[in-house]
Design a protein around this ligand. Structure first.
Ligand code: PTJ
Length: 264
């Protein structure tokens, strides 16, 4: 479908079309379209902008990624469809491994997504022939790689499910999530929950990585001072404030139509 550029929701409609195309190509699963709708609903509440608390989390995420010895970026169908070049850019900057890790796993889908990530320029992309299993995880997300998520010290998990986030945290990893739903188990379990849209969050994290790579003192300070509870509380306060603003906004007066009524 051709979307006119003048449409007030052009960006959002293009993103939907991208996902539908990726679904037709067998990259995104139907459940991924549902997940996207949930994300969009939360993004409306945030005003479709990166909030101040999200920016703080994005800087903290960058600091943990810069300090990491074995950083790994996890990619699923939605992320490959929406943000392959952003993930590849971040992977290059960090010399990080990308692992394709799917909830609705099939070898065909993994192969397709590995190819997308390689074409986008990610230096090392794992996913096929997993050689490790994440403990206490019953879904197919458990299939992993020793050089990938399984062996990582810091893992970035955009659009994740709560089970794996919890399992990775229990393995002692620093888990950075990107999820527009601040109430999801992922956001509540992650070591650094970023509550922002994936395509807005990733370039911002990369920009902070670039800054912090030249500033080890500041990187150490941010990692030491980051307060995940305080940051999530700030996200909830932001939502409260925004809903309050929307409730109090005065209604526009209806325009008078036709003849003006004369007062008697
Ligand atoms: O490709 P697969 O097989 O690994 O499956 C991928 C999905 C996304 C279907 C799977 O991981 C899943 O079911 O995820 P959930 O549990 O629905 O969680 C996805 C979360 O991502 C939800 O909380 C959404 O609010 C959030 N989300 C959706 N779109 C975006 C988003 N967060 C940030 N940016 C988005 N564009």
């Amino acid at each position: 479908m051709r979307i006119p550029k003048s449409h007030p929701r052009y960006e959002s409609l293009v993103r939907r079309e991208t996902l539908v195309r990726a679904w037709k190509q067998g990259i995104v699963v139907p459940e991924g379209l549902i997940a996207h709708g949930r994300g969009e609903a939360f993004d409306y509440l945030f005003g479709e902008e990166t909030t101040a608390p999200a920016l703080v989390a994005e800087k903290a995420a960058a600091a943990f990624l810069v300090q990491a010895k074995r950083p790994v970026l996890s990619v699923n169908g939605n992320v490959a469809a929406l943000a392959s070049s952003e993930i590849a850019g971040l992977a290059r900057r960090l010399s990080a491994v990308v692992e394709v890790n799917l909830f609705h796993r099939s070898e065909t889908r993994v192969r397709r997504i590995v190819r997308i990530m390689r074409d986008a320029g990610a230096p090392t992309v794992l996913g096929l022939r997993p050689n490790a299993t994440i403990p206490h995880l019953e879904s197919k997300r458990a299939f992993s790689h020793r050089r990938g998520v399984y062996g990582a010290d810091v893992v970035l998990v955009p659009l994740e499910d709560g089970d794996r986030t919890e399992a990775l945290v229990h393995m002692g990893k620093t888990v950075i999530s990107i999820d527009l739903n601040p109430l999801s188990r992922t956001s509540r379990m992650a070591s650094v929950p970023i509550v922002d849209e994936v395509r807005r969050a990733l370039p911002t994290v990369e920009k902070f990585v670039q800054e912090l790579q030249g500033d080890p003192e500041e990187t150490t300070r941010i990692c030491a001072e980051y307060d995940r509870r305080g940051n999530l509380a700030a996200v909830y306060s932001f939502l409260e404030w925004r809903l309050g603003v929307l409730t109090r906004r005065p209604r526009a007066k209806p325009r008078a139509r036709g003849k003006r009524r004369t007062r008697r």
